[in-house]
Design a protein around this ligand. Structure first.
Ligand code: ADE
Length: 402
């Protein structure tokens, strides 16, 4: 059997929540007659989402949301199943945008995006859709900016902002997969190293937690005073990047912002320092600075580029792109199980409610978020308590005393 199909089947086996939702959707067929256009990282878990949407009745066209994250064997397996998949690993920027256009050309009713590039393209073409859902923090930030300016042309569900997404995918998913990517790319030991994590959002805290778990000394850099305090009281060292730059062996950015590691920091780094990014775009490490400071550059092994700065060498992983998806396989299956269950439920919600929604960014409705959490607990064989009548009264009736 081909490798891509085997990967999809392995993921399917472990996506128990999405499996349950898929059974429901297969019976109900709520997406019958709708076209869905997707721009997501094309790998095995994403393929299971595609198959779920097809079982729900949809016609699907998909491309990647990053030129380097596609797993070609999975993309080929989708094409072998007759699914319109335009993703290919190692696309040029031009090919990447062409592929997004091919998805847009299928005239989707619903869009599922990761990073909002496809949603932007549709806006630039003045091509409306019923609604969209967005997978990631960076995409949601961009879409909320559009909403604030009043230019958002259709409703968007911020799947990222569901509890069953960011608390698990961003934290435990990125925590494990970013460390996985760094280890696969370098085959290096984390124990005893100093790992500098830029950003203490949900992704940054996951990376920090897991790097510490593997024996690294972890330093956090932050611009937000509350998050910096949290990091400090979680037991991490906190300092500006200019100080951390001198100390770090491995740097990982997870801020969603640009130029987090730039010339002034690279100048201070130790010989052999490793730079990796876990944020959506390849702008967190300022690669033009690295290029202009270097007298030479070479690929040392897959996903490791050596930059020779004359007096020292720095190593950039995965060309500064998402290290977890380029050098590894993205988040663990059981985590994407929840994120993609949220996506499947969001697609159903959009087709059923689009006429009631305004051109705004919405949270996934709480009952759907909680359904995913309940199904996840069930799939793990975990039961929880229920409130008694007395307890409900105590919590909701202000007259009801102690
Ligand atoms: N696999 C598919 N989409 C992903 C994402 N946004 N992050 C990590 N792994 C993924």
């Amino acid at each position: 059997m081909d490798k891509g199909l085997k990967k999809i089947q392995w993921a399917e086996k472990h996506m128990k929540v999405l499996g349950k939702i898929r059974e429901e959707l297969r019976k109900e067929k709520p997406l019958e007659g709708y076209k869905i256009g997707m721009a997501l990282h094309v790998e095995a878990k994403t393929a299971v989402l595609v198959l779920t949407l097809i079982d729900a009745g949809a016609e699907v066209a998909i491309t990647g949301c990053n030129p380097m994250s596609t797993q070609d064997d999975v993309a080929n397996a989708l094409r072998d199943m007759g699914i319109a998949c335009f993703a290919k690993r190692g696309m040029t920027t031009e090919e990447y945008y062409k592929a997004l256009e091919r998805v847009a050309n299928t005239k989707p009713d619903i869009v599922i995006d990761d990073g909002a590039d496809l949603i932007f393209l549709l806006h630039s073409r003045k091509q409306g859709v019923m609604g969209a859902s967005e997978e990631t923090t960076t995409g949601v930030m961009r879409l909320k900016a559009m909403e604030r300016e009043g230019v958002l042309a259709f409703p968007v569900i911020a799947v990222n902002d569901a509890y069953t997404k960011y608390l698990f995918d961003n934290r435990y998913g990125t925590g494990q997969s970013a460390v996985d990517g760094i280890i696969r790319a370098t085959n290096m030991l984390l124990a005893g190293k100093t790992v500098v994590v830029a950003g203490y959002g949900w992704c940054g805290r996951g990376i920090a937690m897991r790097a510490r778990g593997m024996g690294a000394k972890v330093i956090i850099t932050e611009v937000d005073e509350i998050r910096a305090l949290e990091a400090l009281m979680d037991g991490f060292d906190v300092m500006p990047m200019k100080k951390a730059a001198k100390l770090g062996d491995i740097f990982v950015t997870a801020t969603g912002n640009r130029d987090v590691i730039r010339r002034e920091h690279m100048e201070l780094m130790k010989d052999g320092a490793i730079l990796a990014n876990a944020g959506h775009f390849n702008v967190e490490v300022t690669i033009p600075d690295l290029e202009s400071m270097s007298v030479g550059k070479k690929e040392l092994r897959d996903y490791v580029t050596e930059y020779d700065l004359g007096n020292k060498k720095l190593y950039l992983l995965a060309e500064g792109r998402l290290v977890n998806l380029v050098a590894a396989e993205g988040h663990p299956i059981e985590v994407m199980d929840m994120s993609f269950s949220d996506q499947a439920l969001a697609a159903k919600y959009l087709v059923e409610n689009a006429d009631k929604l305004e051109n705004r960014v919405y949270r996934l409705p709480d009952e759907l978020d909680r359904k995913v959490a309940r199904l996840k607990l069930e799939s793990m064989g975990v039961e929880i308590d229920k409130l008694t009548e007395e307890q409900i009264k105590y919590l909701t009736d202000w007259r009801y005393g102690t």
